[in-house]
Design a protein around this ligand. Structure first.
Ligand code: F6R
Length: 246
């Protein structure tokens, strides 16, 4: 795993956006795996800015998002479809037909998991997958205890994840209890992974990721088995890693 250390959130966002744009320039038909949450918002703003300045086109890029809440209408501002529209798609030239998210409102969620897996197989996984990391080590919505060989599946969200995400809702009771997520195996099938982590809040997770055991109790540890992972991270998120190595 390669670490790129940054000093600020804006630096993290610029470096991540440049990294993505470089890959798109190398392959305009890139299959780009996308994440939601607070961390990549600045990266998406940078992508929008670079697009508006004429430095990149997303016309032929195919996107596959990691996850979506179950039972939240797509029109709800907290659905990940709305998030992606608001934070990236509506401001760029991504083509609707190239955009893919799991459908959290499918009548048959088992079928929806199979549909998403078929799509992932068709594109042979992401060329570049963007990831955030939960404080409990979740990636996508793969909570602790998820077997590494899991494909797309329905999860019951951990209380800590619902609490962390409650900041986007009016009340914690509005945070859905379930989500549909790419599995860890689906994530590992990407050619390359770019993980973004920022702030003190993530310091324990980064410590576990870099120094802990590779175990299902800490889902992100599966990334240590992947051959091409880059982590863009600030000094606060790395604070425990430095303490341990001193
Ligand atoms: C989002 C996702 C999650 C987040 C993680 C960190 O699609 O799959 O794994 O990446 O919860 O979220 P933030 O960035 O809000 O700290």
């Amino acid at each position: 795993m390669e670490l790129i250390k940054v000093e600020s959130y804006s630096e993290l966002s610029e470096i991540a956006a440049d990294f993505i744009i470089k890959r798109i320039k190398q392959n305009p038909h890139l299959v780009l795996g996308l994440a939601t949450g607070g961390t990549p918002k600045g990266t998406y703003q940078q992508l929008i800015q670079q697009y508006k300045q004429g430095n990149v086109s997303f016309q032929n890029v195919k996107t596959i998002n990691l996850d979506e809440y179950v039972g939240l209408p797509t029109s709800n501002p907290n659905s990940y479809r709305s998030y992606m529209n608001e934070n990236l798609f509506n401001h760029t030239d991504f083509q609707l037909s190239n955009i893919h998210l799991p459908n959290g409102n499918a009548l048959n969620m088992e079928e929806e998991c199979k549909r998403y897996d078929s799509l992932l197989e068709e594109v042979k996984g992401a060329d570049l997958q963007i990831l955030g990391i939960g404080r409990n080590g979740h990636i996508g919505f793969n909570e602790p205890g998820t077997p590494f060989q899991t494909k797309t599946h329905i999860v019951t969200l951990a209380d800590s994840t619902r609490k962390a995400n409650a900041r986007f809702f009016d009340h914690i009771d509005e945070v859905p209890t379930h989500a549909i997520t790419m599995g860890i195996q689906s994530i590992l099938s990407s050619d390359e992974i770019l993980l973004l982590a920022f702030g003190e809040d993530k310091s324990e997770a980064l410590y576990q990721l870099l120094n802990g055991a590779i175990h299902e109790d800490f889902p992100a540890s599966a990334l240590r088995t992947h051959k091409h992972v880059t982590i863009v991270v600030d000094s606060h998120a790395l604070s425990k890693v430095f303490i341990s190595s001193n």
